[in-house]
Every structure is written in structure tokens, then in C-alpha cells.
Ligand binder design. Structure first.
Ligand SMILES: [Zn+2]
Length: 456
């Protein structure tokens, strides 16, 4: 086993494999693309679905203290006033007076080794930075709101303006009473959601790391105010265990305590879980203690009471506090792909590329490979393939040599190859080849469902 040396080269290889094998395509490609948008191809869509299903199973279904919702992308714009996003969800934008390129002021400072002080970088940026492209003079920074705006109805009137949600969290807060009243959950309990969010980023990039639209898997976990630290530590550990379960390389995952001005406007404590991406150590997930900020503000702005009544003492009403594990689907998938990618030196100087996905995440669980295209092998192989499809996502491949087909399945992370050969017609068995060990064994065709069920 050996990872490729250069990180830039590693990223290039992954982007190229993703395109070539149908994991991730550049968005709107036949029209010249649309910067920082990506489409998931057949294998990417299946991998992404497996990832989300695994998250839902682990974070919602298997926990008695969790329920899920699926909120709308368009919401009453007053929600974003209450949440603070209209007021404070800004990036500091500077523009080059010569070439008119736009940059984030805090990023320009970081490049120069200056620690940006939150979004208030004006005094810092002056006289310290020039355009990184042409060395031209920069405008003073201005606050640029990251929310995408659109309009309901035919008139593009500001009274009809709505935003595409910049986070999924708010749908959970505004439905807090609905969920409480319909589920009769007692504290501590959480509400989870998977869904798209949108941010008009000035400097997106690094493949699917930072994109204009992305998918989040979020939990808002409601607690009695005095118990938030226990919940916070519990979720931090839970998230790290999940990272290992889905095959994220633990050596590349790090906790970062977010301090002072870098904390979001709603948070009293935040941990960033950072991952060593090829382009540097960057945020993968977040865990934030949001206090009662959101429920209190929504109560104030909506005029509704958003309170919890103690089960043992009906006179005791209070606003729960919130701990929020927030995970990006696209970033998690990128970290899974990077952790899974391996180049293994073989005897004879050959190298094979293997995506070492966990069986639960692998897009295909197995591939049926007839040794020859001759109908006497292809026909029963095809029948076997269609039979297995009823139980598992399975691939079928009859082109080129069996060695090449093994490599192709290794490269997309298929855990098992099932080779149907001439002996199969006599012994009613196929050769099962393990992706990681490359060991082979004969398994009866009639037992394959049970075999795969146990092995996966
Ligand atoms: Zn310039």
C-alpha cells in the first residue's frame, strides 16, 4: 500500500477518477459549465444516498431521543431577520480597482499570515494587501450578504423577496412546538434534518469542498440549560465514532476549538472537526452550542411562546438550550473518497487503484462477471445479476479480460466480484473475489444472497 506523494497530484487524480467513473461531473458541462457547481453521476448519487441513509440510521432511527423532519427551502423572510442572517451573515468583500476581480478580505489577510479578526477586517486590510492577481489597489471591504435572494410572484419587488435557506437549522427551530406537540418528546431530545442549503460564496472552490449549493445533515439537540456541556461532549464523541464507521481516516481528523471573534454570532462554544484535505486542513463538520439564541429570537419576532413545560412541575416553563452537530454531505463524501483512495503496488511492478469504501457505503456491493461473453455463460450470469439486483445494488460487466474487469471494480470500490466460469455450469458455484485481500473462494450460486448479507 502507498498513498501518492504529492497532495495536488492526489486531488487531480480524484477529480479525474470521479469524472471518468461517474461519481462527480462538472455542473452544466455541455454549456461550458457553471463555476462551483457539480452534479453527482450514477455512482456518486448512490454513494451519497448510502452516506445519508447511514447518517439517518445512526443519528435518528437508532436513537430513542431523536426524530426527523424535512422542511422547505423557501421560508418566511422574517425567519432570517430573527436568526440574525440578514444582519450578520456577511463576508468582507474587496474589489481590485484595476482588474475588478473580487476577493474575501479575510482570505487575503490569511495568505499574508495575518490572523483576520472576524468580519471586521477594515483597519487590517488597508495598506496591507494588494490584488493577488495584478497587484492593483483594492477597495475598502464592504459587507456582502451570503444569502441567495429570489422573488415570489411576477414582480421583482422587494416586498416579495425571499431567500434560499443558508442553513437547514431554522426549519427545525420554527417547528419546535409542532414537533414537541406531535411527538410528546421529553428533554433532552433532538430534531434532525437532511437538506439543501445555499450560500453565495465569493471564493468557492477546491472541487466539492465549497460550493454554492450543498447538502447538510443537521441536528438541533434541545437540553435543560445546565446540562449543555454533557450533551456537547456526548455529541463530539458520537461524531468521531461515526467518522470511523464510515471510513474517514482518523489520523486526518482533528478537533479545533473555535475562539473569540471566529465564533458564529449565535454560539458560545464551537468545535470544528477539521480534515486534512489535499489543499490543507479545513473544516469538515461543526459542533456548536447555540444557547437559547434561536428559540428566544423566534419567540420575540413571531410573538409565539416557544417554551418547554417540565413534566413533573407544570408551572416550570423555560426555553431549552441547543447543541448542534452540523455535517455537510458533500464535504463528508469528499473526505470519504479521499480516505478510501489507495494505490497498491502489485507483484510484477503493476499498480492498482482501489477505493476502500466500507461495505455500507460502497455504491455497488458486488459485480457479476461472466468469464466469457459466450451465451452459455452470459445468459445465466445475466439471470444471476438480475436476481441479486432485487437485494443489493450490483454491477454487471462482460467486456475485456477478467483482470481488467477486476481493476475496474477495485477503482469504484466494489467489495466483491462474482466470476461465472465454465465450471459454474457444472458445480453451480461462482468464484468470489475479495476487493481488499484479492483472495478468492468458490461459493454456491444459491447461497450468494446469504453470503453477501453476512459479508457486507
Ligand atoms: Zn487586480
Amino acid at each position: 500500500m502507498g498513498k501518492p506523494q504529492s497532495q495536488a497530484e492526489m486531488m487531480e487524480k480524484l477529480v479525474s477518477l470521479s469524472k471518468r467513473r461517474g461519481f462527480i461531473f462538472p455542473g452544466s458541462e455541455i454549456y461550458g459549465g457553471l463555476a462551483n457547481t457539480w452534479d453527482y453521476g450514477p455512482l456518486g448519487a448512490q454513494l451519497k444516498k448510502n452516506l445519508k441513509d447511514h447518517w439517518w440510521k445512526t443519528f435518528v432511527q437508532q436513537r430513542a431521543d431523536m426524530v426527523g423532519i424535512d422542511g422547505g427551502i423557501l421560508m418566511n423572510p422574517k425567519i432570517w431577520e430573527a436568526s440574525g442572517h440578514v444582519e450578520t451573515f456577511h463576508d468582507p468583500l474587496v474589489e481590485c480597482k484595476v482588474c475588478h476581480k473580487r476577493f474575501r478580505a479575510d482570505h487575503l489577510l490569511s495568505v499574508k499570515g495575518i490572523e483576520p479578526q472576524g468580519v471586521h477586517v477594515s483597519p487590517q486590510i488597508e495598506h496591507r494587501a494588494a490584488c493577488p492577481d495584478c497587484d492593483g489597489e483594492l477597495t475598502p471591504p464592504r459587507a456582502f450578504n451570503l444569502m441567495f435572494k429570489t422573488f415570489i410572484g411576477p414582480a421583482e419587488d422587494s416586498t416579495d423577496a425571499v431567500y434560499l435557506r443558508p442553513e437547514t437549522a431554522q426549519a427545525i427551530f420554527v417547528n419546535f412546538m409542532n414537533v414537541l406537540n406531535t411527538t410528546r418528546k421529553r428533554l433532552p431530545f433532538g430534531i434532525a434534518q437532511i437538506g439543501k442549503a445555499f450560500r453565495n460564496e465569493i471564493t468557492p472552490g477546491n472541487f466539492t469542498f465549497r460550493t454554492l449549493e450543498f447538502e447538510q445533515m443537521e441536528v438541533e439537540y434541545f437540553v435543560e440549560p445546565s446540562t449543555w456541556e454533557t450533551a456537547f461532549e456526548g455529541w463530539a464523541a458520537f461524531m468521531e465514532v461515526w467518522a470511523r464507521t464510515i471510513g474517514i481516516d482518523a489520523r486526518r481528523l482533528h478537533r479545533l476549538e473555535v475562539l473569540g471573534d471566529d465564533l458564529a454570532h449565535y454560539s458560545k462554544r464551537t468545535i470544528d472537526f477539521e480534515f486534512d484535505f489535499p489543499f490543507g486542513r479545513s473544516e469538515l463538520w461543526g459542533l456548536a452550542y447555540r444557547t437559547d439564541f434561536d428559540l428566544t429570537n423566534h419567540a420575540k419576532h413571531s410573538g409565539e411562546r416557544l417554551e418547554y413545560t417540565d413534566a413533573s412541575d407544570q408551572s416550570k416553563k423555560f426555553v431549552p438550550h441547543v447543541v448542534e452537530p452540523s455535517l455537510g454531505v458533500d464535504r463528508t463524501m469528499l473526505a470519504v473518497l479521499l480516505s478510501a483512495y489507495d494505490e497498491e503496488a502489485l507483484e510484477g511492478g503493476d499498480t492498482r487503484v482501489v477505493l476502500r469504501f466500507t461495505p455500507e457505503l460502497a455504491p455497488f456491493k458486488a459485480a457479476v462477471l461472466p468469464l466469457s461473453k459466450k451465451p452459455e455463460l452470459a445468459e445465466p450470469s445475466r439471470a444471476l445479476y438480475e436476481r441479486l439486483l432485487k437485494r443489493f445494488p450490483v454491477d454487471y460487466d462482460e467486456t475485456q479480460s477478467i483482470g481488467k474487469r477486476y481493476r475496474r471494480q477495485d477503482e469504484i470500490g466494489t467489495p466483491y466480484c462474482l466470476t461465472f466460469d465454465f465450471d459454474s455450469l457444472i458445480d453451480g458455484a461462482v468464484t468470489v473475489r475479495d476487493r481488499d485481500s484479492m483472495k478468492q473462494e468458490r461459493v454456491k450460486i444459491e447461497d450468494l444472497e446469504n453470503y453477501l448479507e453476512t459479508a457486507l
